[in-house]
Write a protein that binds this ligand. Structure first.
Ligand code: SF4
Length: 387
């Protein structure tokens, strides 16, 4: 055990943002078990914790994490901290095991198989099956079928189940919103109506703000119908703005073409409002940086929040052997997007619900906070604005 360094001055918001970005690229060695998500849709292999109070998820169980310079250690006062060697970098708080995980439905289904608590968001993949899974159209970064195959979830969550679990997550564990995604169905609405109905049931029962995520439906009127169900925010994820990369990693989604996403987003912004529509933008799949940044800016210009995240290679996915992108590449994109969000008056703090509100799987929100950090009174983020 390396000797602990003297207690250090708390890091600035900018240093916390940089640390989170570094941890999401290299992983965090944990010498004690912490709450984590190992598979499923979205960024899995996600140890959940708070770094200086900022919620984040970091890789903890992938093979490459063994080489990470960062370790989570317990401290004499019973707290936790992130170390690099003997250098103490930041305090950490572990996400507690949710109390609602001990509950089951009347049919005996454990609540945690219906929805997980992602820090403060009750999250679920309402249909754990996808028209693209297991065929040539499978998205290379996704692990939706992994958790189903290993019995960690059920194939279809009903609106009633989700409503019941959301109320428990709110009351027992302080959930502040719900994030509902779905595998795409082979129907024209791509599953948007079903996840919309699930969102409606959660909203009516729990009063929590709800985000639902789905692919662009063939008929865009579907987006208005989802809005009429009382859903607050939507995620329609393009995954990459680089057409060559999208065609390679998500052939099914790429078949729509980027313009179909912009058309669906415009319709969604009209229905949900600017900033209440977001898209995942995954870095580390071979994309061109400037094509990515320009795509994000074009999305921001029409009211869409680009939720930029580093690739989190999911065990069991087609990309399981890849590594996350280097922190420098990720930070370079954040530095160009954050000032542009500010220029257009958009921010994570304005998102009602979902991943872009939660921000845990990205460092973007932490850089946004650093942008406004008043701890040392200086604007810590060099502005890179080209209108
Ligand atoms: S950003 Fe938050 S809600 Fe979204 S997948 Fe990550 S932890 Fe879950």
């Amino acid at each position: 055990m390396e000797p602990e360094s003297a207690p250090s001055v708390p890091p600035t918001a900018h240093e916390v943002a940089q640390l989170i970005t570094a941890l999401q690229s290299t992983g965090l060695r944990v010498e004690v078990p912490i709450g984590a998500r190992t598979g499923g849709a979205g960024p899995a292999d996600a140890g959940m914790l708070y770094i200086e109070g900022v919620q984040t998820t970091v890789p903890t169980s992938a093979v490459y994490v063994e080489n990470s310079p960062y370790a989570l250690r317990g401290e004499d006062d019973g707290g936790w901290a992130v170390y690099e060697g003997s250098q103490r970098l930041a305090s950490a708080t572990l996400a507690p095991r949710p109390a609602y995980y001990d509950l089951t439905t009347d049919e005996g289904i454990p609540y945690w198989q219906i929805a997980l608590l992602h820090l403060d968001s009750v999250a679920s993949t309402v249909l754990q099956t996808c028209a693209y899974w297991g065929n040539d159209d499978q998205c290379a970064f996704c692990g939706i079928g992994v958790t189903l195959a290993n019995g960690r979830t059920i194939a279809k969550k009903t609106p009633a189940m989700l409503a019941e679990v959301a109320v428990a997550a709110r009351d027992l564990d302080g959930a502040v919103d719900a994030t509902l995604t779905t595998g795409s169905t082979a129907t024209p609405d791509r599953g948007a109506l079903y996840v919309g109905r699930c969102g409606e049931a959660v909203k009516v029962a729990s009063g929590l703000p709800v985000q639902v995520q789905f692919e662009p439906p063939a008929d865009l009127d579907v987006i208005d119908r989802v809005a009429d169900m009382g859903v607050d925010s939507v995620g329609i994820h393009v995954e990459s703005f680089d057409p060559q990369v999208l065609a390679r990693v998500a052939p099914g989604k790429a078949r729509w073409g980027l313009d179909a996403y912009f058309t669906a987003w415009e319709r969604a912004v009209a229905a949900f409002g600017p900033g209440q529509v977001s898209t995942y933008v995954i870095l580390g799949m071979g994309e061109d940086e400037q094509v990515t940044v320009e795509g994000c800016k074009r999305a921001i210009d029409i009211g869409v929040y680009p939720f930029v995240v580093p690739l989190r290679p999911v065990p069991g996915s087609l990309m399981e052997d890849l590594l996350p992108p280097p922190k420098e590449a990720v930070e370079a994109v954040y530095r160009q997007i954050v000032p542009y969000l500010a220029l257009r008056g958009m921010s994570a703090s304005g998102v009602a619900a979902g991943c872009a509100r939660c921000q845990a799987c990205s460092g973007l929100g932490a850089f946004e906070m650093a942008e406004g950090d008043s701890r040392d009174g200086r604007r810590t983020l060099p502005l890179v604005i080209s209108a």
